[in-house]
Design a protein around this ligand. Structure first.
Ligand code: FO1
Length: 342
């Protein structure tokens, strides 16, 4: 295999990608050549405009993680970060400084916003930013594409008991406010994917799926990360039609997400919060779905039979991305699961 395409969200997807690239480098991935090219299709549903800046959390998390600029503890934002700008904004009385904007991170948003305002599409902006972060290490063997150049934002409808403020008894907030300010602690009435119905795939996105030897759905959020990418026009159709094998790894282990808010998002969409539930939600190619194989954690071994019955190849191995070697082993297991001779 020489070309691998990964549909990725933020923290979970970035951690998986670091292991996948480690596995390519160390030659532990069956049938994958050491000079294999990886194309990441990044989720832009988490994007937001804040303080006049365009912020793309999932693209930046992938870029900083693979460019070794990420803060390892948080999993997002820059290492060696300071927060003076955010502290000053708070001192001026702004009420949206719950979004942790780091001083180093601001530079990324300033460059992005200036380029967007000069008329460059998000894909060109992302390519320019990755020239600093990814090109020195990976050259043309790694590309990060936004899923679309069009504006998309995931918003969350929650109950609002303050009928003065919300006569309807419900309120719509940006996904980032739900996740960061409310810590995903309130019930979700529904999700609104602003712009997603009209979003066109960014240049290279459909080709990256159609021409891949392998497509991977990493353990990112199946609703607000992978789900949004699957909803961009043409993506699902190309996944069903591609000559590539398509394999996914479960973000749910033993009925729970490892971090983030996949449980809340699956519940909001009425999808069973389990490894099998997510795999069968993505579905088997040939049965209206997009997957050939679904890899679950060892604690979900008893779900293998049910997923296989759904038309998917399935296996259960340790899925905790504790370090690049462990993650590379997961990627190798996923590739083996859908290899011809498996
Ligand atoms: N996550 C938090 O929990 N708190 C924050 O203050 C925060 C700020 C932030 C700034 C830039 C960025 O790229 C990501 C940031 N994140 C923060 C993470 C972000 O909410 C998540 O990475 C995804 O959007 C949800 O998976």
């Amino acid at each position: 295999m020489r070309s691998i395409t990964v549909l990725s969200g933020g923290v979970g997807g970035a951690r998986f990608l670091r292991g996948l690239l480690h596995g390519i480098r160390t030659g532990v991935l069956p049938g994958v050549s050491p000079d294999a090219r990886v194309t990441v299709i990044g989720n832009t549903g988490d994007d937001l405009w804040l303080h006049g800046l365009k912020i793309c959390p999932d693209l930046d998390t992938v870029m900083y993680t693979l460019g070794d600029g990420i803060d390892g503890e948080r999993g997002w934002g820059r290492r060696d970060e300071t927060w003076h700008v955010n502290e000053e904004l708070t001192a001026y009385g702004l009420d949206n400084t719950w979004f942790g904007l780091g001083d180093r991170d601001v530079a990324t948003h300033l460059v992005r916003t200036q380029m967007l305002e000069a008329g460059y599409p998000l894909s060109a902006v992302t390519e320019a930013l990755t020239r600093r972060w990814l090109f020195p290490t990976y050259a043309d063997r790694l590309a990060l594409l936004p899923m679309t150049d069009d504006r998309t934002e995931t918003h969350v409808v929650i109950a609002d008991p303050d009928l003065e403020r919300s006569p309807s008894g419900r309120r719509v907030i940006h996904f980032q406010e739900y996740w960061i300010k409310l810590r995903a602690s309130v019930p979700v009435e529904s999700l609104v994917f602003v712009g997603l119905d009209e979003a066109k795939p960014a240049p290279g996105v459909l080709d990256a799926i159609a021409e891949a030897d392998l497509v991977i759905l990493p353990p990112s959020n199946p609703i607000v990360s992978v789900g949004t990418i699957l909803s961009v026009a043409g993506v699902r159709e190309n996944l069903i039609a591609t000559k590539a094998k398509v394999v996914g790894l479960s973000p749910i282990i033993g009925g729970h997400h490892v971090h983030g808010m996949a449980e809340q998002m699956l519940t909001a969409q009425g999808i069973e919060v389990s490894a099998a539930g997510v795999g069968l939600h993505y579905g088997a190619r040939g049965h209206g779905g997009v997957l050939d194989g679904w890899l679950m954690d060892s604690s979900d071994t008893d779900s293998v039979e049910r997923v296989t019955a759904g038309g998917l190849r399935a296996a259960a191995v340790p899925l905790l991305m504790s370090d690049p070697d462990a993650t590379a082993a997961m990627a190798a297991a996923a590739i083996s699961l859908v290899s011809e001779d498996a």
